[in-house]
Design a protein around this ligand. Sequence first.
Ligand SMILES: Cc1cc2nc3c(=O)[nH]c(=O)nc-3n(C[C@H](O)[C@H](O)[C@H](O)COP(=O)(O)OP(=O)(O)OC[C@H]3O[C@@H](n4cnc5c(N)ncnc54)[C@H](O)[C@@H]3O)c2cc1C
Length: 477
Amino acid sequence: MTTLDVDVAVIGAGTAGLSARREVEKAGKRAILIESGHYGTTCAREGCMPSKLLVAAADAKHAVDGASRFGVRVEAARVDGAAVLARVRAERDRFVGQVVRLTERVPAGERLRGSARFLDRTTLLVGDDTRVRARAVVIASGSSPWVPPPFDAIRERADLSADVFEWRALPRTLAVVGTGIVALELGQALHRLGVETAFFNPFDELGPFTSPRLQRAARALFARELELHLGITETSARVVQGGVRIGWVEDGAHHERTFERVLVAAGRRSNLAALDLAKTGLPLDAQGKPPWDRRTCQCGDSPIFMAGDVIGRRQLLHEASDEGHIAGANAACFPEVTAHVRRAGLAIAFTDPQIAIVGRSFAELPHAEIATGEVSYEEQGRARVMGANAGLVELYAERASCRVLGAEMLGPSVEHLAHLVAWAVQQGMTVQDCLSMPFYHPTLEEGLRTALIALAKKLDVVGGCRVEDLPDECPGM
Ligand SMILES: Cc1cc2nc3c(=O)[nH]c(=O)nc-3n(C[C@H](O)[C@H](O)[C@H](O)COP(=O)(O)OP(=O)(O)OC[C@H]3O[C@@H](n4cnc5c(N)ncnc54)[C@H](O)[C@@H]3O)c2cc1C
């Protein structure tokens, strides 16, 4: 048994773990970075980047398919599935290579390969033969896809999101289990690339929306294009010749259908089980999670810190990175621990139309104390110009202060509007502050202004320009 003594042990060489390690190095302390799997991070290897590469291919096909509505005639596009997937892999491998090189720049003596688990609060066993004694530990072990019953019984025949990027050809038919962000991004992209795709969810929910109006709008909008089976019961799955036969009950009727492939994208669970956290003496909740503070990333008052997907809160790249920095800096200085100000919430799904939740969601707000401004993108000027006129945005402001608090968004390119709103939320801007900012014409941002004007009217306030002068100057604002 080898024993290593370090200041900080970091479990996981993903985005959060790499950020944490950097902070320890900056503080002049000795870290050891422990990784049980491949270097390269979930983001680059099987998450953000390859999924967006697949969406980009689907966008290209969709643009060609929709060209005739602008009077641009093109022969029917043919998707070369093998070529699409080869580009996804080639670009993915470039991104992964960059991260691997970055990780391997960490001196070899400061890296360990193997699975880590706790022996006590500050001692880890890595693999079978290395003991690490640390002054503090950062858990950045990420998350893994959850496979719900009955699909766990056919696990070896089901695909998880990471498997999609290893396909050599597109299937003819696909069942997608789940209607969350990952399921919608991948499922819609594959549908647009010509795969006959059907979505299944025992719940009546689609996407991350917490506003009932946005939920309804999203269900109606995606149902125009996608085959959705929501609120289903008695789901069954068995392997048959040529694929998987799925059975389900919908509106009282029993259905069965065979799909060449089944993509299970029903959410992700924290990688905690293998860590043996019970040995730390920390109190654990029903899911085996210790207490955790979002401003310090500390677990109780212990020398243990957590960062990234493992927390199971907002499983997003920038959150993992921020938490890694906070956890690493605090672990390096433990027992001195500093509370950090967190950024405004921002989550985006690269579906079409896009989805975003900004600042505080509808469900997180005290409804009696907020006003809602909204805009439909059905008639919005620039959206119509682009032939992308679909969607709804709700913008929330505090009645007492007129401060913008959050938004739920469904519409064309809302990734950009979401950033504007997130910046306004974080800056504590009021509805009037936002309205005094410039808006170019004709842009999708003008839709945001329509929602702000609706809010200003409800709050009975005016911005840097007169509210009554703003709308209707030009068509389609
Ligand atoms: C399909 C998909 C699309 C996504 N798209 C987006 C997007 O568009 N935008 C966005 O912001 N986010 C997106 N995400 C989420 C984003 O990828 C994650 O939030 C982020 O990568 C999490 O980083 P992390 O460091 O917490 O975990 P990871 O990068 O997963 O790192 C955890 C590491 O810990 C290692 N590990 C686990 N247990 C142990 C152990 N016991 N001992 C040692 N090592 C261990 C693992 O092998 C892993 O390498 C997407 C995710 C998926 C799956």
